[in-house]
Design a protein around this ligand. Structure first.
Ligand SMILES: Cc1ncc(COP(=O)(O)O)c(C=O)c1O
Length: 335
């Protein structure tokens, strides 16, 4: 099935990404008194300048940009934005210019995602966090006035075009599940601008797969993220030719792990990163997957039935969304 018939797709990702069990973490959980079995979907391995969840979104966004004859991608994010890094890589691969509006000021020594942005040839514009969007709109006008054809990649790639990449990903996972003959009881994913979760939810609806998809909120309170994801899932469903209106109550969100705020790494993230690395040889990131996986471990240790209703101790898939380049910007917190 092609969910996005009619949409242009510029191939960027190495697909399908692997899906596999986490046997040593399962043993660790058993020692903690929890019999749940963890699997992982490796979207940290999508390719495109060290991988991550933006690759699937950008395949469709870039397709759209090229159909509109754009010659420049513009977007915005934090200093250590994975979205900006992957947008710059997509532009490089397609031979387009890339301008990034970043919140904050240039550090003395660029590292992590920021270093990669520079290697990829992106032009950087610095402004305050609050002024990023107005600056981006200004930049769009400046570029047009100078004869360029900019394409505005939505924040986080989270619009119906980008999120459709995760509707396709859900279908990819379903295929893998069928082939490997495993059953899944829940999917858990980091959720921030909402496009990944919204795409998965829209894809699950379209394929008729009734699997719970829990978003661990990175930076928004539950009601806000539920409404963002519901709205985007509705628009994404419509984009892929499936009519359904999602409401906030349809969207599973846990906002218990916001910690000291966005991108502030605490003990939860540190423990999750070290456990996943030392037990499975897999790198999580300090901002998104460290928080989401830390939250998942906490839920499983405290009360797995909050995630898995009934007495069943099921199989849970953690959707790894990438982000490891940011580890290098948190050296002091991780030592
Ligand atoms: C590594 C990583 N995981 C998860 C997310 C959250 O995805 P979304 O913004 O689609 O909710 C992001 C967003 O920037 C990310 O960089």
């Amino acid at each position: 099935m092609s969910i996005v018939d009619g949409s242009a797709r510029f191939p960027l990702a190495f697909l399908p990404t692997p899906m596999h069990p986490l046997p040593r973490l399962k043993g660790w959980l058993q020692d903690q008194g929890t019999a749940a079995e963890l699997w992982i979907k490796r979207d940290d391995q999508t390719g495109l300048a060290l991988g991550g969840n933006k690759t699937r979104k950008l395949e469709l966004l870039l397709g759209d940009a090229l159909a509109l004859r754009a010659d420049t991608l513009i977007t915005t994010g934090a200093v250590q934005s994975n979205h900006c890094r992957q947008t710059a890589a997509a532009a490089a691969q397609a031979g387009l210019y890339c301008h990034l509006v970043l919140g904050g000021g240039p550090p003395d020594t660029p590292n992590g995602n920021l270093l990669i942005d520079l290697l990829l040839g992106a032009t950087l514009h610095w402004t305050t966090r609050e002024n990023r969007l107005p600056r981006l709109h200004e930049l769009e006008i400046e570029l047009r006035d100078s004869g360029r054809r900019p394409y505005f990649v939505t924040y986080g790639g989270s619009d119906p075009v980008g999120a459709s990449g995760y509707a396709l990903a859900l279908d990819e996972l379903r295929q893998q599940i069928r082939e490997s003959d495993v059953e899944l009881d829940a999917i858990v994913v980091a959720s921030s601008s909402g496009g990944t979760q919204a795409g998965l939810v829209a894809g699950a609806w379209q394929t008729g797969w009734n699997v719970p998809i829990l978003g661990i909120s990175i930076d928004a309170v539950k009601a806000d993220l539920q409404s963002t994801v519901a709205d985007l899932a509705t628009r994404t469903a419509s984009h892929i030719g499936s009519r359904h209106t999602f409401t906030g109550d349809d969207i599973l969100v846990n906002d218990s792990y916001l910690g000291a705020g966005y991108a502030v790494m605490g003990e939860l993230e540190r423990e999750a990163i070290k456990l996943m690395a030392s037990l499975e040889g897999i790198l999580l990131d300090p901002v998104y997957t460290g928080r989401a996986f830390g939250g998942l471990l906490d839920i499983l240790r405290r009360d797995p039935h909050r995630l898995l209703p009934g007495e069943r101790m099921g199989r849970i898939l953690f959707w790894h969304t990438g982000g490891a380049p940011a580890l290098f910007a948190y050296t002091d917190d991780l030592r």
